[in-house]
Design a binder for this molecule. Structure first.
Ligand code: SAM
Length: 239
């Protein structure tokens, strides 16, 4: 099966059209990842088929959460090489996406991707989630915050929930240990003004990936005390 058919199959599963334009953007993105990976560490995955499966198709899975389609302003916290934010933008071009990462060389890469793919309404920012959440233009300003492979759910909730508007969602993309993480994070989620709404299991057929979307709804404002300073959030996780 070629890459077009493979990606189309997963777009069909989440009811999104897949076409040549989206395919060409994914391929240009993959080529940029491979090119930059020779100079700086964008991702540990270097094989192109693996990039398509473990990054692109995995990220397309986030559309299994249907209300995501209605969202406008989205922030991807600890986006690294652009996951899941860039695949989300390729699939649905009318999203306004903010990509945030604390590693400047990855942000330089993201700016190159944004220019090369000709995206509008997407911005890559260099900074720590703990700091940007204190700024009024970011705090409680997004319909949805997303994050993949950044920290355990307790830490991640403190980094992400402050960005979400009341009534919006925080979506954490998690691996097989999701239930333990959710149990551990219950109290933190509630302190931060969130409410666990769902855990969506995504078993990608034909591809050995068992991933989950943890869906947290923002039900009340986050106290200004959170997130605490960089370092404290992970050293003294909320209990
Ligand atoms: N989300 C991407 C993915 O799924 O491939 C990248 C995952 S990578 C393992 C974690 C990223 O989170 C790194 O690029 C790191 O710089 C960033 N990061 C970690 N802590 C952060 C923080 N407090 N604020 C912003 N970015 C952070």
């Amino acid at each position: 099966m070629d890459y077009f058919d493979l990606m189309k199959e997963y777009c069909d599963e989440v009811n999104f059209e897949f076409n040549d334009e989206k395919y060409n953007k994914f391929i240009r993105y993959k080529d940029l990842i491979c090119e930059w990976n020779k100079k700086i560490n964008i991702t540990a995955i270097t094989d192109e088929y693996e990039i398509i499966k473990k990054h692109f198709i995995d990220c397309i899975g986030i559309f299994n959460f249907v209300p995501l389609r209605e969202a406008k302003n989205i922030i991807d916290i600890g986006t690294g090489g652009g996951f899941p934010g860039i695949p989300m933008k390729i699939i649905k071009d009318d999203f306004n996406i903010t990509l945030l990462d604390s590693l400047n060389k990855r942000v330089n890469f993201l700016n190159e991707v944004v220019n090369n793919l000709g995206f509008k309404n997407i911005i890559a920012i260099h900074g720590r989630a703990e700091d940007y959440a204190k700024k009024d233009e970011y705090r409680e300003s997004f319909d949805i915050a997303v994050s993949r492979a950044v920290a355990n759910l307790t830490v991640l909730s403190e980094l992400c929930i402050p960005y979400v508007k009341v009534g919006g969602y925080f979506i954490a993309m998690k691996g097989p240990s999701v239930l333990d993480e959710v149990k551990e994070a219950r109290s933190a989620i509630s302190i931060l003004g969130g409410k666990l709404e769902d855990i969506i299991n995504i078993n990608i057929k034909g591809i050995n990936l068992n991933h989950n979307l943890v869906i947290i709804r923002k039900s009340s404002h986050t106290n200004r005390l959170y997130p605490r300073k960089a370092g404290i959030v992970s050293k003294k996780p909320l209990k």
